[in-house]
Design a protein around this ligand. Structure first.
Ligand code: SAM
Length: 501
């Protein structure tokens, strides 16, 4: 479609172009061909075009692709386009706002390509909506302001690198791009434009479930570009958590967001996952209420330590909830059970946790002659609740194993110890969110040790008065693994008639 053809249609239809809808039509045939070439179309392809306008690009797309679905917001342009292209096979025209359509339509765009000269006023939000779709299109070939093209492909340390770069690059790999001079459009805009091809990353760097957290971290980090990123993140997460997570993601405490790579942002958002933002949880408190243990403490080498309870409980309350799970542990096989705790199959640890399937676990509480309970502080290397306080010993029931065998095995593996007078079953908790979908049998036994703590699972252990544990849990629930908090509440209710909080 030439410039004079565009002018003729507009005159015939008495159409005034609307600036707020970004109606700058591309009339340069060479540039239109370059855009279509970049999309590498075949008759097997399905293409979505956002903002077809008078249809110069649409016509070329229809020549190459098997199917073209176009979404146009301006009803007047829809009418013109309908008259011009109505009978073309494989063509669908939708009248509406593309942004609203993408946000409301949870369609599977997996095999689609998007090829569009986007309306510049909503170009960035449209791209983000495409990237955030549950099944995003496999390729985007889009024309936008040159400045936006620069932001889409920007690397850390450049002025263009920011929220848009990260939100798009988390899902798409920027690929081929070229500049389009402003004179190729009618009416001619003040700025140059460009076209970029973005290829969906396969496999993805981020899952759809991880995206909201990633977005939150990125947005907060860039909320004030001049400020140190860790300071900004403290508005949403506890300081110790931010410091520890950033260190583990390899981010300097002095870093500004513009110097942090996509990979570091992804790692950081995973490490921060599970923490309720401080602003949403004003009740979050530090662990100053945790009194120093007065009795014998074990470290993971099985050595007795006196006075080691002076370790600040603040660091415990700031523990990170998850560590990456080593591949070998991911492959452990568990029995999957139904709501009546009957075995219905077997799956790997990874599948059981990812799919939220019911499975089995045991917790053992060891009491000494003085009535104190032995608790272990989980190693920082654990994938679930690193650094949190937990039962004396606990663990999953292996595939084909029964609860009692698992309880004896866990005591031996974690504490290097067998109870001289055997184990007593106390009560059972049904699978629920609090227990990570575990049916848990709780056992009790008596003994004084000595224990040999398994170093890669347990940082240290200590004897506590049950009343002290109850006060501590009430004040500092985050110091404990959630399954333990749940079982402790039930234990207090049913078995410790003399203990009050
Ligand atoms: N594709 C045509 C071309 O290359 O000449 C027109 C491109 S023009 C830059 C952008 C088009 O998007 C206009 O036709 C405008 O009416 C349409 N548009 C603007 N906002 C829209 C929205 N939210 N949803 C769908 N179309 C929109």
């Amino acid at each position: 479609m030439t410039l004079s053809e565009i002018r003729a249609i507009l005159a015939e239809e008495h159409l005034q172009l609307t600036k707020s809808l970004g109606q700058n039509f591309l009339h340069d045939h060479n540039q239109l061909c370059r855009i279509v070439e970049a999309a590498e179309l075949t008759p097997e392809d399905s293409v979505m075009e956002i903002g077809p306008g008078l249809g110069p690009l649409t016509e070329l797309l229809l020549q190459r692709a098997g199917r073209v679905t176009a979404i146009e917001k301006d009803r007047r342009l829809c009418e013109v386009l309908r008259t011009r292209l109505e009978n073309r096979p494989g063509f669908d025209l939708l009248h509406g706002d593309a942004l609203e359509y993408l946000e409301s339509e949870s369609r599977n765009w997996n095999d689609w390509k998007v090829v569009s000269n986007l309306p510049y006023s909503v170009g960035s939000p449209i791209l983000v909506a495409l990237a955030e779709a549950p099944k995003p299109p496999r390729m985007l070939v889009v024309t936008l302001q040159w400045e936006v093209i620069q932001r889409l492909r920007a690397s850390p340390g450049t002025k263009d690198y920011g929220i848009l770069s990260l939100l798009i690059q988390g899902i798409y790999q920027p690929d081929h791009f070229f500049k389009i001079p402003s004179g190729c459009f009618f009416p001619q805009p003040d700025i140059d434009s460009g076209c970029i091809r973005l290829l969906r990353r396969d496999p993805p760097l981020l899952t759809p479930e991880e995206l909201p957290q990633f977005k939150k971290v990125v947005k907060r980090s860039f909320s004030q570009r001049r400020k140190k990123m860790l300071k900004l993140l403290r508005a949403d997460w506890p300081e110790q958590v931010v410091n520890e997570a950033s260190a583990r993601a390899g981010i300097s405490p002095l870093a500004r967001a513009e110097s942090v790579s996509l990979e570091q942002f992804i790692k950081l958002s995973r490490l921060l996952h599970g923490w309720t933002p401080v602003s949403m949880n004003r009740g979050f408190r530090r662990a100053e209420l945790h009194e120093a243990p007065t009795r014998k403490t074990w470290d993971s080498q099985g050595m007795s330590l006196r006075g080691s309870g002076s370790q600040s409980a603040t660091s415990e309350s700031s523990r990170l909830p998850m560590n990456p799970i080593p591949a070998s542990s991911q492959d452990e096989v568990f029995d999957v059970v139904n709501d009546r705790d009957e075995v219905v199959g077997q799956k790997t640890r990874r599948e059981v946790h990812e799919l939220g399937l019911n499975h089995r676990a045991v917790h053992i509480l060891v009491f000494n002659r003085a009535g104190q309970v032995f608790l272990q502080k989980r190693s920082m290397l654990k994938d679930r609740f690193p650094g949190a306080w937990d039962s004396s010993a606990s663990g999953h029931v292996d595939a084909g194993e029964d609860y009692d065998t698992a309880a004896r095995r866990e005591l031996l593996e974690e504490l290097g110890w067998s109870p001289p007078r055997g184990l007593q079953r106390l009560f059972k908790i049904d699978a629920c969110i609090d227990t990570d979908q575990e049916f848990i049998w709780i056992y009790r036994c008596e003994g004084e040790g000595p224990f040999e703590l398994k170093p890669d699972e347990i940082e240290r252990g200590d004897w506590f008065d049950p009343a002290h544990v109850t006060r501590w849990i009430t004040a500092q629930p985050r110091d404990f693994a959630s399954g333990f908090s749940r079982l402790w509440r039930e234990w207090i209710e049913h078995f410790s008639n003399s203990i009050s909080a």
